[in-house]
Ligand binder design. Structure first.
Ligand SMILES: [Zn+2]
Length: 134
C-alpha cells in the first residue's frame, strides 16, 4: 500500500523530532493532504493505525485536513476547480493554468507530552485500545 510507506516516512520524522525533545507519548498528529497528492485520507488512517502499533504514537488522534485542488488562470486570473472535462479556464477558455493547491502532503503539527504515560493531569485521555472506524 502506497499510503503505508508515506505514513511510515512521516512517522519517522515525527518520532525523531519527538525523541530529540524528550517527548515520550504522541497524542495527536495533524496532516495536510491535498486532493491531488495521490494519498487517500481513509487509507492514511488505516496505515497510521497499523504502523503506529507499538510506537509512542499508538492511540494518537490523526487529524487530516483535506485541501481541495485549485487552479488559477494565468491569462485572466480566474480561480477554479478542475473539472472532468479538463483544466481549461471556465471564463476565457485558456489552458494556460497553474495548479496552486491540492498537492500538499505534509505534517502540520503534532502534539505530545513528556514523562510517563498516564501521569498527565490534563484532560487529554489516553486509550490503548483499538479505534473503531465508522
Ligand atoms: Zn482565464
Amino acid at each position: 500500500m502506497h499510503e503505508l510507506s508515506l505514513i511510515t516516512a512521516m512517522m519517522d520524522l515525527i518520532l525523531k523530532d519527538a525523541q530529540s525533545r524528550g517527548i515520550r507519548k504522541i497524542t495527536r498528529v495533524e496532516l495536510k493532504v491535498g486532493e491531488f497528492s495521490g494519498a487517500y485520507p481513509h487509507a492514511l488512517r488505516e496505515a497510521f493505525a497499523v504502523a503506529s502499533r507499538g510506537t509512542p504514537m499508538e492511540g494518537a488522534e490523526l487529524v487530516i485536513e483535506e485541501v481541495p485542488a485549485e487552479l488559477r488562470c494565468r491569462e485572466c486570473g480566474a480561480v477554479f476547480r478542475p473539472s472532468e472535462t479538463g483544466w481549461a479556464c471556465p471564463s476565457c477558455r485558456s489552458q494556460n493554468v497553474l495548479l496552486q493547491g491540492g498537492l500538499e502532503l505534509e505534517i502540520q503539527s503534532y502534539h505530545g507530552r513528556d514523562g510517563d504515560v498516564g501521569q498527565g493531569r490534563s484532560g487529554q485521555g489516553y486509550s490503548s485500545g483499538e479505534q473503531e472506524e465508522g
